[in-house]
Ligand binder design. Sequence first.
Ligand code: NAD
Length: 466
Amino acid sequence: MNICVVGAGYVGLVTGTCLADFGHNVICVDINEKKIASLKRGVMSIYELGLEELVRRNTKENRLVFTTDLKKSVQASLAIFVAVNTPNKEDGLPDLSYVEAVVSGVAKCMDGYKVIVMKSTVPVGTCAKMCSKVEKVLNERVSMEHLAKNPDVDCHLPTFDIVSNPEFLREGSAIEDFMRPNRVVIGSASDEAIAIMKDIYRPLYLIETPLVITTLESAELIKYASNAFLATKISFINEMAHICERVGADVNMVAKGIGLDKRIGSKFLHASPGYGGSCFPKDTVALVNIAKIAGYDLKIIRSTIEVNENQKKWMVDKIKDVVGSVKGKTIGILGLAFKPNTDDMREAASITIIEVLKTAGAKIRAFDPVAMDEAKKILKDIEYCEDPYETARDCDALAIVTEWNEFRQLDLGRIKELLKSPTIIDTRNIYEPERMRRLGFTYVCVGRKTAVNNFKPKEAYISAVY
Ligand code: NAD
């Protein structure tokens, strides 16, 4: 099938490349000329495991091309995927101007039946609104063409359907997530469009991927509800980490103990500096505001957001608890991306942690295996280092902020020698407290027993409970 994907960012580029790998002919369109020029040269605009190789293979076999020409791409395709950005505006609702620009651009040039597939995350009702928008543009187009050309001939409108097909891929494992999704959600009122979507995703039948066929509105809400639920799981375990530290329990064990219950599941139960990235922060805020407009106060999600914000600040408090005043001190930061295996810095915990430390007068040395170029655009006046060892040199403390695998295997003896003071604040719990103590570190982690915080339940707590 001929497919056009508009927006060649994380979602669009991965979607287009994977659909080409399924055997479809895919044209990826973006307005960013620089991005398209570098993709044409085989240079990826994002870091994603396996993506470069997949792009190379599919471009070589002529199933994947990149362009800035929307008109030609739309006219050559049956399905048009919209995968442009929907950042939140100041009022906490998604900015739909990019989506609207694409949809009216498509309507202006479509020359026959098209399926417009919404991959971008959009509030409930957007697809219905876009449907009216396309109809309006088509009506204007037809009346203009009609008047200009032949007033006696009945001009017919090209037909179209709109489908909501939200994306659930995770950056860092985006290819795997797209190729082996837990489910594919298809929202549409049209049997013809649903049949075309099933055809597009046919290779997934072989691996028995469940399809959820539903209405536009339910599909749109499924995306927000999924992200809000996962974000809530993260904030939940982060709150448990606070309790663990107060009562002498270990959050890793608590997570394991509850996660083995199949009704709960073990994923997204890792104590941390909170969630970040391009989706959870934006989508939780958007959902609260969407609900508000719909006349409902989403208390749980509001709390999820609040807990998440406080979590980042708690990490700074942990650093200050061991270092004392950070004024004039040098803090090493390992990991800048919002999570491992991506260079995405959007809403990364490192940004808040570093900015708060800098404001308090700390000097920052930092390293990330792949996100340094992105980080340099956001975090100024810090010293970017070559590797973890260079980062640790002469620091008063070292904080692990993103759990890249390579940080799990550091030569800790060497790190200890390089640090001015052997202090590690592990915001991701990647080391064992007992081992760190034996190695002679002052080691602080999240929701677990350490030498510094030895978890004697507070007197007041004991006397109140017993
Ligand atoms: P992104 O910012 O990485 O990419 C968006 C791309 O769209 C950019 O390359 C931009 O140049 C392009 N674009 C903007 N306007 C355009 C236009 N008029 N014509 C052509 N191209 C245009 O965004 P993303 O992270 O890929 O997210 C896209 C959507 O998918 C968002 O709604 C997001 O919420 C959702 N989503 C993202 C993820 C994720 O992990 N990143 C996961 C699931 C869903």
